[in-house]
Design a protein around this ligand. Structure first.
Ligand code: NAD
Length: 492
């Protein structure tokens, strides 16, 4: 069953869809999608639960989240196994990154729930004492993508409920498994029924209905920029708050004083993580000309060593992509770049043999694709890195900023001034210096430009799921206060 509403599993009442295991091409499971009625039921459950959950003390919510962290810890292996089966990602990524990272997030928000900050109460106008209340907003409608289903469930659910909201999450219809386990584990850990609800359905039916729903106070979305724009328009019908985490096209800038070996390792890990289906993945390498040949040769050599294979095997570096259709889309970008004259220094094809039936694609390095070509400008979302040379620092930073996106970026240099300049001038929500990818629960994740706005993780995200209320208490007991003379004078 793929709906979890009001503390229990149930069947959706919509269309049936057959899921294919992307690593094998074999049928995996049949999902019955949520209808708009199912979404209504989930929103109603969340609305009922809000009345009590929003009034819990921060300590009560914190205790519930700590119990959830322990419950998820007990189920960690099962969660990793489901994550790998539904996405095709290598099991090491699930066991060492997705699952422990998400559990750490649960623990972080258990602490953060007790730490909402505001201005100290004070007298900012004559005769009145002001104070700030941070209040939960209401029912949050969240929509998540398929690339990191368990992490995305955590990033959407945790700040929302830690702040006292309740939530209806629509995971991607391709990968609902671990979001459902998350919600069920929350119930087992004592989080009240209706606080977390999961509806599995399509974007067009369940997603749009959730965004439009008048009882949903805020829409929090992670996914592509194209769908994000649509969601923003839909949310405007009810003038609700939106939080958008959208696509990325991260630049990877290597200055001529960098450690080439370290940069090459960083580029391979940063571009093939999760088969490149990572919104922060390194996608566009810009290398200062003296290092260009050495860097690209080493990246190609390392990419050729990457082990593709059965995602459930601990020896596998790279599993399959999410689907055969998506793999073909990735291959299409590379094929068109090749036809336009780019050189493929590594990969550039799907593997044959035992892996031919799965949605695999070899790590790929593309050299010589023009800055304005589609493979450099658009989100490929596969294990594909492009590389172009640059001559001056000004040129590097201009190239880094030359796409509509602004989610993440990195610069490789041992020069303090260069690293400071790159971190200030690259327009992205995260800039790594001499690394690419690491995330931590305490720090915000979110975009600039067409990568959206709104932060996930960190205390910043907690604030985004609250309303800020000003309360002013008058200390002036006079029947006619001085300031009122501006409006009308007393004439006794
Ligand atoms: P997508 O935009 O196609 O779908 C995301 C979600 O939106 C899915 O649940 C889908 O069912 C739903 N959806 C689709 N159309 C909808 C509509 N009209 N109304 C409401 N909901 C709708 O994205 P995807 O292919 O699942 O995921 C890949 C994308 O997600 C990439 O662009 C990637 O960069 C982005 N992403 C961003 C972040 C981030 O933090 N910024 C993180 C992960 C993924």
């Amino acid at each position: 069953m793929h709906q979890f509403i009001d503390g229990r599993y149930r069947e959706g009442r919509g269309d049936e869809a057959k899921r294919i295991n992307p690593a094998t091409g074999e049928p995996a499971e049949t999902i019955r999608y949520a209808t708009t009625d199912d979404v209504d039921d989930a929103v109603a459950a969340a609305k009922r639960a809000f009345a009590t959950w929003s009034r819990c003390t921060p300590a009560e919510r914190s205790d519930a989240l700590l119990a959830l962290a322990a419950e998820l810890g007990r189920r960690a292996w099962d969660i990793a196994a489901v994550e790998t089966t539904q996405t095709g990602k290598a099991i090491r990524l699930a066991t060492e990154f997705d699952v422990p990272g998400t559990i750490d997030n649960v623990s972080f928000f258990a602490g953060a729930a007790r730490q909402l900050q505001g201005l100290a109460a004070g007298e900012y106008g004559a005769g009145g004492t002001s104070m700030i209340r941070r209040e939960p907003i209401g029912v949050i409608g969240s929509i998540a993508p398929w690339n990191y289903p368990f992490q995305m469930a955590g990033w959407k659910i945790l700040p929302a409920i830690a702040a006292g909201n309740t939530i209806v999450l629509k995971p991607s219809e391709l990968t609902p498994g671990t979001a459902l386990i998350f919600a069920e584990a929350a119930t087992a850990a004592g989080i009240p029924d209706g606080v977390i609800n999961i509806v599995t359905g399509t974007g067009a039916v369940a997603g749009e209905h959730l965004v439009r729903h008048p009882d949903v106070a805020m829409t929090s979305f992670t996914g592509s920029t194209a769908v994000g724009r649509k969601i923003m328009a839909l949310a405007s019908e009810t003038a609700k708050r939106v939080h958008l985490e959208l696509g990325g096209k991260a630049p990877f800038v290597v200055f001529d004083d960098a450690d080439v070996e370290a940069a090459a390792h960083g580029a391979v890990a940063g571009s093939i993580i999760n088969a490149g289906q990572d919104c922060t993945a390194a996608t566009r390498a810009y290398i200062q000309r003296p290092l260009f040949d050495a860097f690209t040769a080493r990246v190609a050599e390392l990419m050729d060593q990457v082990i593709l294979g059965d995602p459930t095997d601990d020896a596998t570096d790279l599993g399959s992509l999410i689907s055969h259709a998506h793999r073909d889309k990735v291959a299409g970008f590379v094929d068109r770049a090749r036809a336009d004259g780019a050189t493929i220094l590594a990969g550039g094809h799907a593997p044959g043999g035992d892996l031919a039936a799965g949605a695999y694609y070899r790590p790929t390095l593309v050299v010589g694709a023009a800055q304005d070509s589609e493979i450099v400008q658009e989100e490929v979302f596969g294990p594909v890195l492009t590389a172009l040379p640059f001559d001056t620092d000004d040129e590097a930073l201009a190239l880094a900023n030359d796409t509509p996106y602004g989610l993440a970026a990195c610069a490789w240099t041992n020069d303090l001034n260069r690293s400071l300049r790159a971190s200030a001038e690259i327009q992205a929500g995260c800039v790594w210096i001499n690394d690419h990818i690491p995330i931590v629960s305490e720090m915000p994740h979110g975009g600039y430009k067409a990568s959206g706005f709104g932060k996930d993780m960190s205390a910043y995200s907690l604030e985004e799921y609250t309303n800020t209320k000003h309360v002013m208490l008058s200390r002036d007991k006079a029947p006619h206060k001085d300031w009122q003379n501006t409006v009308f004078r007393t004439r006794h």
